[in-house]
Structure formats: C-alpha cells, structure tokens
Write a protein that binds this ligand. Structure first.
Ligand code: SF4
Length: 416
C-alpha cells in the first residue's frame, strides 16, 4: 500500500495522519523543518518564493533522499488554493522538482481551499469529518497550552501535559473520532483542572494573526510564542479551525453571488456539521478557558468592512478581522506574522495604521520572517512587549480598575 506523506506544518497535521490511518491508509508526517531541510529547500528554489515554500520543498526533497524511500509507494499531500497568492503554485513547483529528479512516480495530491478541501479521494467525507474533529481538538488543546503555560508553577509540566494530550487526540481520531475523541478531551480537561498555576501576576495578552504556516510553525516563526511568554506575555492565536471556517465562508459567499443554489446548500450543511462538532468538543474544556469561543467568520468580515472589502479575499481579510476581534476582546497587543514578501501579510501591514487608529492605537508589530534568522528580532519584540505592558496598564487605569484580575475573570476554580 502507498504511504501518504505530509509536511509538518504544525501539530494539527498529526490529526490528519491519524485520520488517514483510521481509514486504513498508511500515512506519515514528515520530520519537522530544521536548518538542514531549509537549506535543501533553498537549494531547489530560486529564492523569490515565500519561506513556507522553502520549508515544505526542503522537507519533501529530504524525504526522497532517504535510502528507504520508494517513489512508487509514495504520495505527497500538498494542499493548494485558487487564490491570488503563491500558495497555489507550491504543488506545481514541487511537481517540477520531483520530475527533474526522475521521481515522476511520486504522486502529489492537492485538495483545494477553493472547494473547502473536498478533493480527498473515495472516503472524502469521512476523512474530512475526522480531520475536522482532530483539528478542533488540537486547537482546543493549544488554547489550553497558551492560557496555562505562562502561569504554571512547575516548569515544563504544561508542555508535558500538552504532548500527552496530543497523543490522546491522535488515538481518539484513529479510533474513528466521535466518542473516543470526546473521551480524550475529557481526559485532557481533567489533567488541566489539576495543573498547579499561579495567576497572581497579570500578564499582557498578545493576539497573534498573520500567515497561517508561519503563524503555526514554531521553526518558521523562531518560536515566537515562547519568546512572548519569556518576555512576560501570554498569547492568543488565530486558530487552524478559523481558516477552515473561512474557506466555508468563501465558498458560501461565492455560491450566493453566482446563484449556485446546490453548492450553497451543500457548504451550509458542512458548516453546520462542523460547528456542531466543535461545540461538542468545546464543551469538555470550555470551563477551563478565558477565551474559549471562535468568533464567527461573518463577524470577522464585518469587523473589517470599514477598512477593506472582505470579498477581496486572501488571508489578509482574516488577519485584519481577527486583529480587530482581539482588540475588542481586550487584548493588549497584536503581532502580525508573515513570511518575507507575503502578499496578504503586506496588505495587512499596510492597513494596520488605520485599523490601529480605530482601536485606541493598540500596540502592533509586523514581523517578517525571511528564513535568515531575523535581524534584531528579539530587540523589536522586547520593545513591543514593553509597549503592550504599558498599554495594558493605561487601559486598566482609564477604566478605573486597579488590576486586571477584576477585568478578566479567573478561568476556573482549580481543583487540587
Ligand atoms: S500567504 Fe503569503 S507566504 Fe503564504 S503562500 Fe501566500 S504569499 Fe506566500
């Protein structure tokens, strides 16, 4: 049987691997990108592509260089999009690279964001259901990680719990999702209820938006989340499920404008199913989170209408809508992450001054990752964190509140 290989973008990819396995298909997540695979990727590209392209290309080529690699038994999963940005070209470029290396036998499968990833073979519906459930579960586990780790009293305990939770999620998805996955989430909830934390020192909360690959890939973003935490902050990050809801919204919107009634009904049913599954999984951990709920994409789009037309598409609209959402939730700073020369990232950065002005000049930093290690990255981040802390204090002062504990409720009475 062939094996489906998938580049490691983030931990959600393990849920995709588990979903394939649940349906009896061999699947394997590639070794996460590192300096070695980045160098390989840059050798096979011309340097004008975006950094996720270097990274995924390097990961794939490194796989093909393994002595045990069998081209005839290998399939690469590389999603695509019909949008105007370069992501739609990754799979074509990688096809050319494999062909030139004499690896024509290696298949590339490319489900597209343009139809909300419906092109996933014979068992497409069940596979997508499992991927969705695994994605939501991983998002929820990450929300717990980011809300708890900065306050843990035993260093390293939250990370350990996160890894155990991830393993439970994989098992739950591989067992067919549904009840086994709910059980996995209940186990996770129980562990987090018992995790010792100290929330007496309020931290500024930073919202992370921007290009999805760089935002979620810690190698690509130079571990920015840990850096923010080390510098005294706490993060909220635009989730993976938000992107999938956004693809639904786009398909629905296009169908509506083109009077494609059946397409509209079909994507509405998918969207309804996904929300239903999300709520079922969320119920298990909702009591542990300060910000458990996903803001509906339609609301995010309404957020940016005063500044930009959502129908113009690309991740820029999501990033801007989410930044406004984070500010409305009372967060203290926005980090907009993007690969070097990322088109949606540049649009978002260009619109940032207008959006910020409308949001009380919330601290905002555009961070560009150029796969070169990032000049002055730490210094800029430190200055931003200082601004976010000052902004947090000044907003609390303006609202006549002595400390943040009385503004943001404690998440839950922890059992010991
Ligand atoms: S979103 Fe940006 S980084 Fe990602 S493929 Fe498009 S242009 Fe490249």
């Amino acid at each position: 049987m062939k094996t489906v290989y998938m580049p490691y973008m983030c931990d959600h990819v393990y849920a995709i691997e588990a979903a394939f396995k649940a349906l009896g298909q061999n699947a394997q997540v590639l070794t996460p990108s590192d300096d070695e695979s980045l160098e390989i990727g840059m050798d096979f590209t011309i340097g004008k592509e975006c950094s996720p392209c270097f990274m995924t290309t390097g990961d794939i080529v490194r796989l093909t260089q393994q002595p045990s690699f069998d081209p005839a038994q290998s399939v690469i999963l590389m999603p695509t999009t019909a949008g105007p940005c370069r992501f739609g070209q990754y799979a074509s470029l990688q096809r050319d690279i494999l062909d030139q290396a004499g690896l024509e036998q290696v298949e590339i499968i490319s489900p597209s964001a343009a139809n909300a990833y419906q092109g996933l073979g014979k068992n497409s519906m069940k596979l997508r259901q499992l991927i969705w459930q695994g994605t939501v579960a991983t998002d929820l586990l990450q929300k717990l990680l980011y809300e708890y780790r900065p306050y843990e009293t035993n260093k390293g305990q939250t990370d350990e719990l996160y890894q155990q939770g991830l393993a439970h999620i994989k098992e739950g998805v591989q067992a067919g999702g549904g009840k086994p996955l709910i059980k996995a989430m209940q186990w996770i909830a129980k562990q987090f209820e018992q995790l010792p934390v100290d929330r007496s020192e309020p931290r500024p909360i930073i919202g992370i938006v921007g290009e999805i690959y760089i935002r979620l890939n810690s190698y690509g973003n130079q571990d920015i989340i840990r850096k923010v935490e080390t510098m005294g902050g706490e993060v909220r990050i635009a989730s993976m499920m938000e992107w999938l809801y956004y693809t639904n919204w786009t398909v629905k919107n296009n169908a509506q404008h083109s009077h494609l009634f059946l397409s509209f009904i079909s994507i509405s049913i998918v969207d309804f199913y996904q929300q239903h599954q999300e709520h079922k999984l969320l119920k298990t951990v909702e009591h542990l989170l300060r910000h458990p709920h996903e803001t509906p994409v339609a609301k995010l789009m309404d957020n940016i209408r005063p500044f930009y037309e959502p129908a113009l598409d690309t991740e820029a609209v999501l990033s801007m809508g989410k930044a406004v959402d984070f500010a409305h939730l009372g967060l203290n700073g926005i980090l907009n992450l993007m690969p070097f020369s990322c088109m949606p990232g540049i649009i978002t950065a260009g619109m940032a001054p207008r959006i910020r002005a409308d949001l009380g000049n919330i601290p905002w930093l555009d961070v560009i990752f150029d796969a070169q290690g990032g000049t002055h990255f730490n210094t800029r981040l430190e200055a931003f964190m200082y601004q976010a802390t000052q902004y947090q204090r000044s907003t609390e002062k303006r609202s006549g509140v002595e400390n943040r504990k009385s503004v943001i409720p404690e998440p839950v009475a922890l059992t010991t």
